[in-house]
Design a protein around this ligand. Structure first.
Ligand SMILES: *Cc1c(COP(=O)(O)O)cnc(C)c1O
Length: 388
């Protein structure tokens, strides 16, 4: 059956299962074998060959979610990103990336790619000219993230897909922040879609994994490199990730709805100076986000009035956890200046628009009334402290 015709919850629940032909159980059985008979079999199976039964089945679910032909699962988002880039880049090649890039990807690019003689440029902004002006004779890939972290800037997917085709480049997106529930970049001609499945796909802050969706041809190429790099995910975790994905649409829709409510509430709050959320009409890229996203994600950032101590505010929260990472069903909050952008100087952060008072909020599935109550008591505490 053509998965594109099925509803998103049906794909999440049913597509890409290992069929239990022996006992007819309702869920995928788990195959932990690292040794498979090869004589008389259609394929030589081995976990690091990314072809154990659970890996193959879950790859199909990822592909269906991203409206692509093929999918692959990895041990982390960074394994997916690094294996993919090294599959397509060789000595003398060049890649274009956005200036605001996930920290791990940035480090991989600047520290590892030069060892292979691979060149890179960072686009100075998010418009067409910012990307096309970086294209060189040896450019092979345009790589993007949208919405961006942490300021939620939007890159035009249709524009990137078009530029890539015009210049015969491969287009790659890190779709982690949106999740396939909120954004399917294949609709806009993007070639390869990567996820840190540690985030919305896992969704419960207990799985480290990565995923790629693309054409069969591109998958074959990524696979050739990946079996030499060994970044596969253990089958037990593959099985857990399949379970998580069954509720992904329910979770992400609830989180996105909550985020929109929280963004609106924060925007009118007198102690908040700015809210960054593409679902707000005040967001400069709102129209573009509306065009290419189904929903505006469960992530948002905001700034307190400069005279308030943002760190004190986070410490005062009781329900919302002051912690790293994102996209779990529980709400979490962090300071980019303390975490993802800690290695930059204050000046560099300022240039990127990241103030010390900026907070990134990953909205969970709790009732928004409870989140608001928690924020209010924390606001009261920091304003009281400010006065004494
Ligand atoms: C977390 C994250 C990654 C890296 O994923 P890991 O699973 O931690 O390796 C890549 N891109 C984005 C946007 C992320 O948030």
């Amino acid at each position: 059956m053509n998965s594109e015709k099925k509803g998103i919850n049906t794909i999440c629940t049913h597509t890409g299962e290992v069929e239990d032909t022996q006992y007819r159980g309702a869920i995928s059985p788990l195959f932990m074998a690292t040794s498979y008979q090869y004589d008389g079999m259609d394929e030589k199976r081995y976990p690091r060959s990314f072809n154990s039964p659970n890996q193959v089945a879950l790859g199909k679910k990822i592909a269906a979610l991203e409206k692509c032909e093929a999918g692959m699962i990895f041990g982390s988002g960074m394994a997916a990103i690094s294996h993919c880039l090294l599959a397509f880049l060789k000595q003398g090649d060049h890649i274009i990336l956005p200036e605001t890039l996930y920290g791990g990807t940035y480090n991989f690019v600047v520290k590892e790619l030069p060892k292979f003689g691979i060149e890179f440029s960072f686009a100075k902004g998010f418009s067409e000219i910012d990307f096309t002006s970086e294209i060189k004779k040896n450019t092979k890939i345009i790589y993007i993230e949208t919405p961006s972290n942490p300021l939620m800037k939007i890159t035009d997917l249709e524009m990137i897909g078009r530029i890539a085709k015009q210049h015969n480049l491969l287009s790659i997106i890190d779709n982690t922040f949106a999740s396939p529930i909120n954004q399917t970049p294949a609709d806009f001609g993007i070639d390869i879609i990567i996820h840190s499945a540690t985030k919305y796909m896992g969704g419960h802050s207990d799985i480290s994994a990565g995923a790629i969706a693309c054409s069969q041809e591109h998958k074959d190429k990524i696979w050739e490199t990946s079996i030499n790099m060994g970044g596969h995910l253990s089958d037990y975790t593959v099985w857990l990730l399949e379970r998580s994905l069954k509720t992904m649409a329910l979770r992400v829709k609830a989180q996105s709805k909550n985020a929109k409510k929280m963004a609106k509430w924060l925007e009118q709050h007198q102690l908040v100076s700015k809210v960054y959320y593409p679902g707000l009409k005040s967001h400069p890229d709102h129209a573009l986000a509306k065009k290419q996203m189904k929903r505006y994600t469960g992530m948002l950032s905001f700034e307190l009035l400069p005279e308030l101590d943002a760190i004190e505010f986070m410490r005062a929260l009781k329900l919302v956890k002051y912690s790293m990472s994102l996209a779990g069903i529980e709400s979490t909050i962090l300071s980019p200046a303390e975490t993802s952008h800690f290695l930059l100087t204050k000046e560099e952060r300022k240039k990127q628009g990241i103030s010390d008072g900026l907070l990134r909020f990953s909205v969970g599935i709790e009732e928004t009334n409870d989140l608001i109550f928690d924020f209010e008591q924390a606001f009261q505490l920091v304003t009281k402290k400010q006065l004494v």
